[in-house]
Structures are given as structure tokens and as C-alpha cells.
Unconditional design. Sequence first.
Length: 153
Amino acid sequence: MVQRMSSTATSTLLRDAALRVTRPRVAVLEALEHHPHADTDAVVRLVREQIGTVSTQAVYDVLRALTAAGLVRRIEPAGSPARFERRVGDNHHHVVCRGCGALADVDCAVGEAPCLSASNARGFVIDEAEVTYWGTCPTCTSRESTTQGDALT
Ligand SMILES: [Zn+2]
Ligand SMILES: [Zn+2]
Ligand SMILES: [Zn+2]
């Protein structure tokens, strides 16, 4: 359900979030629109493809500003670099492949945080349960079944 957005729509989004419209900001948002869950290195590469020279630090700063403004969600599965996405506010989760790090969205069965009730909240007001599913992606599963044959020889 990824919506294609024009640059104008992206600019409006920035303005609505009270952020100045700059080429790097627009470029980062557009990169993430087409490449959800990209890590910083990938975002830097994609932004450079779009607008040419831009420093890695500038892209870091843009990602930080967009995340703080709630336009971008930052996820950081254990053992993997931070990744960024435009799909915000729906409390969806992720499934991560232990083999290759592939990552996919998993809709929250409940739809809002916190979707797991704590057996004992210990007096805390809980607003989120961070859920990450771990497993083996289809590509790695099929690779495993082919290499298993080789391992026997
Ligand atoms: Zn995999
Ligand atoms: Zn996601
Ligand atoms: Zn959930």
C-alpha cells in the first residue's frame, strides 16, 4: 500500500511538519518512499543519485530531523544498522531474517501500541511493546534446502 507521491506532495508534508523544504530533505523522503527500510548508507547512495553531491553528515542530519518530526520511523533490529521508513504511526512490526538480514513489514494484529499486555506493569505506564519477529526468509530457506544436499557429499 505504498502511495506514490510527487515532489509537491513531499514538500507539503515537510511544510505541514514545520520543516523547511530543502532538496536533501525531499530527496531523503523520496528515497525512502521507494526503498522502505533502507539503512543510512543506502539512503546516502540514493540521495546522491537524485541530487548529486551531498555529505554523509548532511543525510544523517536530515534523517534525524525527519525522525524527530515523525515523518520517518527509525528501526534498529539487534545486530543490524538503523533503517528508516516512511510508514509511521501504525505500530506495524518487522520480521527479520537471521541469515541475510532481509526485513519485511508485519501488520500489528492489534493495530495500536502497546499490543502486548504486560503480566505485571510494575507501576509503569506502558505505551509500547517492541515486537520483532526473527526467522528465515524464503530466499534463505530455499538456499538452505539446496546447500543441505551439497553438505552431504
Ligand atoms: Zn534471508
Ligand atoms: Zn516497516
Ligand atoms: Zn502488534
